[in-house]
Design a protein around this ligand. Structure first.
Ligand code: PMP
Length: 341
């Protein structure tokens, strides 16, 4: 029988999609794992499941307990789903800069959402520190601690890596992904490099993140800014620590958004901004390495989570990004607005 037992068993086993146009254009096989098809809608379902299972196994979380986390959204959504499926309470601290769709979603999923100002990690009011302190004060509660809890990357050592290995039958030359916590990039890299040491791992980084410079020059320095959500970091998390990363590629918002619109327009795939960074990186790597390589990345979440932002011409214009879209994509947006008219 092919039945999965509830939400928890439905996480993972996502299809690996060949991006037809970009593969043909570059002469490389550009393959992307459809993580938006996870039951909670993003790659973070895997980390959420793994973190909760790990806490249960260690006896840190008992029936009726509470899961507390600081999250830019997708981890919270994954945790909230799994908390419902397992009977836990869920409290989420989230920077108030995140999209309205994510806040609404978490509330619908029964999480108690506590919006907090977006301040750096060094500030004690940062959402992560607030989540940790709250968990310490509640009985039978855990702080999921997705950034430094390596049960996060373990999810990808146990599931994403093996799935990609099987789906490509080991025919993979490059693995690339952007990092928020780094769990996806690092865990998948650890598994795949163990199977095939000669394959290469590239960090995909948005502007405003310090990791590109860290991989290239060994120093944590940032430059510019990005409208992408859930990715980029100013420090080396425990999940990234020691991961086999060979090189890094930086992708601008303009490049990422044109990829997002390309995927919608030409492939019928509706994805969020971090996917634009991932696929943008895959295309740059393909051009750098030349034809004949197989490059794998992930489609992190659905565009539905960003309707009011990257699919909204007024919002794009307010960020100076509307006019940086290629003309057919601007025309697409105008046609959408006229229909709404
Ligand atoms: N894309 C999106 C939309 C995300 O929310 C996240 C997680 N914050 C990532 C990518 C990166 O995943 P990870 O935390 O495993 O690095």
């Amino acid at each position: 029988m092919q039945i999965r037992n509830g939400f928890v068993e439905t996480v993972g086993h996502t299809p690996l999609i060949r991006l037809r146009h970009l593969s043909e254009e570059t002469g490389c096989e550009i393959l992307a794992k459809a993580e938006f098809l996870n039951p909670g809608g993003s790659v973070k379902d895997r980390a959420a499941r793994s973190i909760i299972q790990d806490a249960e196994e260690k006896g840190l979380l008992k029936p009726g307990g509470t899961v507390v986390e600081g999250t830019a959204g997708n981890t919270g959504i994954g945790l909230a789903h799994i908390c419902l499926a397992k009977g836990y309470k869920c409290i989420i601290y989230m920077p108030n800069t995140q999209s309205k769709e994510k806040f609404d979603m978490l509330r619908i999923l029964g999480a108690e959402v506590r919006p907090v100002p977006a301040v750096p990690f060094a500030d004690p009011m940062n959402y992560n520190h607030q989540a940790r302190r709250a968990a310490e004060e509640i009985e039978n509660a855990i702080w999921a601690n997705q950034f430094d809890n390596v049960a996060n990357r373990q999810a990808h050592i146990d599931s994403t890596g093996p799935e990609i290995w099987e789906q490509t039958e080991g025919k993979i030359d490059v693995w690339t992904a952007a990092t928020g916590t780094g769990g996806t990039l690092a865990g998948t890299a650890i598994y795949l490099k163990d199977k095939k040491p000669e394959m290469k791992v590239y960090l995909a980084d948005p502007m405003g993140s310090s990791l590109y410079c860290h991989v290239k020059e060994g120093k944590l320095e940032r430059e510019g800014n990005s409208i992408t959500e859930g990715i980029g970091n100013g420090r080396i998390t425990a999940n990234v620590e020691g991961a086999p990363i060979d090189d890094a590629v930086r992708v601008t918002d303009t490049e990422a958004l044109n990829i997002v619109y390309h995927l919608l327009h030409k492939e019928g795939l509706y994805v969020g901004g971090s996917t634009g960074i991932n696929v943008g990186a895959a295309v740059k790597i393909a051009r750098e390495l030349g034809p004949g390589h197989t490059i794998v990345t992930i489609l992190c979440d659905s565009g539905d989570r960003y309707k009011s932002r990257i699919f909204n011409p007024e919002w794009l214009a307010s960020k100076g990004l509307l006019e940086t879209l290629e003309q057919p994509y601007q025309d697409w947006l105008h046609a959408v607005s006229e229909q709404e008219g």
